[in-house]
Design a protein around this ligand. Structure first.
Ligand SMILES: *[C@@H]1O[C@H](CO)[C@@H](O)[C@H](O)[C@H]1NC(C)=O
Ligand SMILES: *[C@@H]1O[C@H](CO)[C@@H](O)[C@H](O)[C@H]1NC(C)=O
Ligand SMILES: *[C@@H]1O[C@H](CO)[C@@H](O)[C@H](O)[C@H]1NC(C)=O
Ligand SMILES: *[C@@H]1O[C@H](CO)[C@@H](O)[C@H](O)[C@H]1NC(C)=O
Ligand SMILES: *[C@@H]1O[C@H](CO)[C@@H](O)[C@H](O)[C@H]1NC(C)=O
Ligand SMILES: *[C@@H]1O[C@H](CO)[C@@H](O)[C@H](O)[C@H]1NC(C)=O
Ligand SMILES: *[C@@H]1O[C@H](CO)[C@@H](O)[C@H](O)[C@H]1NC(C)=O
Length: 684
């Protein structure tokens, strides 16, 4: 920061040589420059000190927060400092870095660095670091007039984000929102994006808590170690630091693309084509834990009988004797060899349900204790017990290379022994970690446990299914949204599907499995296996799933009637012939771009305000727009066509766009979809 001037430079007296002369010239010139810099610097510093607000590029800093404008001068981002005011007299600016060293509470390390990575993008790195342990840093971001997207999977999911009531900041960590509905979901990233083309990424190192006040339309960003599952990295003091980067661009789509390329991993491989083309069949919703060899073979017989195709069949909970066994229960599955031979003959690939728990009465429990494979008590050698939805057990410590290897070897043995293709990796959320625990490698951020667990899917990526994700975009497999209830609404019902899939898409996960068609036959947490989902709900769910990256059946269509079977066949065919080729083309691009496959309407119309709030339509790529019916008793819906030429599935051409088609008729066996019409198709 400071430049020192040499004190006793005296002019050289003796006659100087030519080189000496030019050297003296250079020194004098250098001196003049230095002096000029110092003078202007001091002048600038003084003016900074006098100011009530400081400017750095398009950001105006005040003692209690800052606002950012875009290149047109419109305010697009507003944030306030809640945990302390800056002392602006302690601020100075050097180059592109504005630094302050005091707040009204004392010493701090604050800086804003301006980065201009592209002509159209301006970014601000902000860091507020306290030097007092157990204090908190809280900043509040205001939504103002913008719509916001991103963050986390939620049990009640809206697009754009809609939050209710008031929430104190709580740990932003992965959780099972089926069981804990007011937590954050299993897939989350510290990333938000607004329709005003502003985006914020909270730094990975922050002990991050999120809260909100819906009345004032604000999000609270808090850094805290006190009363928190975050731990300061080993050897560090628990001084909370809140750091993030805010970037502003020319439109929402391009700023999102910039952020994704800059901050997210992306897949490096593409899961098996058949996931995208043919339905996955799961035993779960129909059989629950009563699955056995007979039922499984009858299920596969029926799939064939009704001429459905299959990517694979998933043997779900519970095929083993005890949770944690990694083998079949010989009573429920008396002749596994024969069973697999039969399924192979019928062309069924098989995947198995798997989870990170070893229950206390599994024979592997002792093995895990002996080899120290489990998450442990905080200071002990003993495993910390956890209660999960299928009993009590220990949980494998995926930060421990031995536990990783042991788990993987068990999975590989199942693959070799029975020809299992892959696994449905269930759970993995931090909500199933013990209250107090220690791991082989310390988890400063508990969600890293979820990330470590997703890595277990890597050798099985081609047909794997995982339901947690945190910085896991480069685990190139399908990510499943959490179990749905068989209901119509936004709380884990049919209407939550598009908002959830779009949210996860924005977090950089392109291969998304929208879980089971018709839901799990639960109604708000109660299993109700005697009933099947409402017929109309099932049909509408099936139709929407046909336009998703993968379809998964569990409640089979033949439990209803002939018409439902025919509608199911129609839509599995549409999925295979119309949707899958496009999905595969887009999947091919993902490894280069990280762009989502399922896109919001604003993707192609970023400056169209109407497009910012549509939560019941979506795009596959840029060219196929889907508008399913999501209301009971409706055979019509409003459809918004963004600017462009669109040909409907009925053959109509729409050229005067954007336009809202009201009460557009859509029969029970139809989904409204529209294909981007290029010049050629228009003229013919
Ligand atoms: C962001 O976090 C990384 C570690 O994850 C750290 O090295 C870096 O300094 C942090 N950046 C800021 C601006 O605090
Ligand atoms: C939420 O914001 C509103 C409007 O600013 C305010 O009146 C209210 O007190 C806030 N709620 C809480 C719990 O702080
Ligand atoms: C298992 O199936 C094989 C082949 O069909 C058969 O030979 C054998 O007897 C069966 N074993 C049992 C225990 O059912
Ligand atoms: C393990 O315990 C559960 C109940 O917690 C019981 O249902 C199951 O039969 C037990 N398994 C064995 C192999 O003892
Ligand atoms: C995913 O990216 C992280 C860096 O964030 C890297 O450490 C890890 O090795 C990558 N994993 C795979 C499977 O590519
Ligand atoms: C579902 O149950 C949870 C408690 O388990 C409750 O908070 C929620 O309001 C219920 N939702 C509906 C739609 O009944
Ligand atoms: C199954 O796949 C075949 C070949 O792709 C196709 O002809 C058939 O229509 C499909 N059946 C269903 C019900 O999707």
């Amino acid at each position: 920061m400071y430049t020192f001037l040499p004190e006793n430079i005296t002019p050289v007296k003796q006659k100087a040589s030519k080189e000496q002369k030019s050297m003296i010239g250079a020194i004098i010139l250098g001196l003049i420059l230095v002096i000029a810099a110092v003078v202007s610097w001091s002048y600038y510093s003084v003016s900074l000190r006098k100011a009530e607000r400081l400017k750095t590029e398009l950001l105006d800093l005040r003692k209690d927060g800052f606002v950012i404008r875009n290149q047109q001068g419109k305010q697009v981002f507003r944030l306030s400092f809640d945990s302390g005011d800056l002392d602006l007299e302690s601020c100075s600016k050097y180059g592109d870095i504005l630094t302050c060293t005091r707040s009204d509470k004392g010493k701090l390390n604050f800086f804003i660095q301006t980065v201009n990575p592209k002509d159209t993008v301006m970014c601000y790195r902000v860091r507020w670091e306290e030097f007092v342990a157990d204090t908190v840093v809280q900043h509040t971001m205001y939504w103002d007039d913008a719509y916001w997207y991103g963050g986390a999977e939620m049990s009640t999911q809206h697009w754009p984000i809609k939050l209710f009531g008031y929430q104190e900041p709580k740990p932003f960590v992965t959780s099972d929102i089926y069981s804990f509905r007011d937590h954050f979901g299993g897939i989350l990233e510290r990333y938000w994006l607004s329709s005003n083309a502003a985006a914020i990424k909270i730094n990975d190192s922050v002990p991050f808590h999120l809260g909100w006040n819906s009345t004032e339309k604000s999000l609270f960003f808090e850094a805290r170690y006190k009363d928190s599952p975050y731990k300061a990295p080993p050897g560090n003091q628990p001084f909370p630091e809140l750091s993030y980067r805010v970037c502003v661009g020319s439109d929402v789509t391009s700023i999102h693309k910039y952020m994704v390329r800059r901050y997210f991993n992306k897949p490096t491989k593409i899961p098996s084509e058949s996931n995208f083309k043919y339905p996955i069949w799961s035993t779960w919703a129909l059989y629950k834990t009563d699955i056995d060899q007979d039922k499984l073979l009858r299920f596969t017989e029926k799939i064939k009988k009704y001429k459905f195709n299959y990517s694979h069949i998933e043997i779900d909970d519970m095929y083993s004797k005890t949770y944690g066994d990694f083998d079949f229960d010989p009573i429920k599955f008396p002749n596994v060899t024969e069973m697999f031979a039969k399924m192979k003959e019928d062309g069924f690939k098989v995947t198995l349900w798997i989870h990170p728990f070893i229950n206390y009465n599994s024979s592997n429990f002792g093995v895990g204790i002996e080899r120290e494979l489990f998450v442990k008590e905080p200071n002990g050698r003993l495993p910390a017990m956890v209660q999960w939805w299928n009993g009590i057990g220990a949980i494998l410590d995926f930060t421990n290379p031995n536990a990783r290897e042991w788990f993987q070897n068990n999975l590989k043995r199942l693959r070799t022994k029975y020809g299992i293709s892959s696994f449905k990796f269930d759970a993995g959320e931090t909500s199933y970690l013990p209250e107090q625990f220690s791991t082989y490698r310390p988890l400063s951020d508990p969600s890293m446990f979820s990330r470590r667990y997703t890595e277990m899917a890597i050798p099985f990526y081609d047909r794997a299914e995982v339901r947690v994700g945190y910085q896991s975009q480069n685990i190139s497999c399908f990510f499943r949204i959490i179990d749905r209830d068989s209901v119509w609404g936004y709380e884990l019902g049919l209407k939550s599907l598009i908002p959830t899939v779009l949210t996860i898409s924005m977090l950089g996960y392109p291969f998304i499995l929208p879980d089971m068609i018709g839901g799990n036959i639960y109604t708000n947490g109660t299993m109700d296996s005697d009933k099947i989902p409402d017929r109309e709900l099932y049909i509408r769910w099936l139709e929407l799933s046909a336009f998703m990256p993968s379809m998964q059946f569990s409640v089979p269509p033949w439990l209803y009637d002939k018409e439902v079977i025919e509608i199911a066949q129609k839509f599995t065919q549409i999925h295979a012939t119309l949707v899958a080729p496009l999905l595969l083309e887009l999947a091919g691009e993902v490894t280069d771009t990280g762009d989502p496959i399922i896109r919001p309407i604003w993707w192609i119309s970023p400056n169209d305000e109407n497009a910012h709030k549509i939560d019941s339509q979506f795009l596959i790529g840029d060219t196929l727009m889907v508008a399913p019916v999501l209301e009971p008793g409706k055979q019509e819906r409003d459809v918004y066509l963004p600017e462009g030429r669109w040909r409907s599935y009925k053959g109509e051409l729409f050229q005067s766009t954007p336009v809202l088609l009201t009460d557009y008729p859509v029969d029970l066996d139809e989904v409204a979809y529209f294909i981007w019409a290029s010049e050629e198709t228009v003229s013919t």
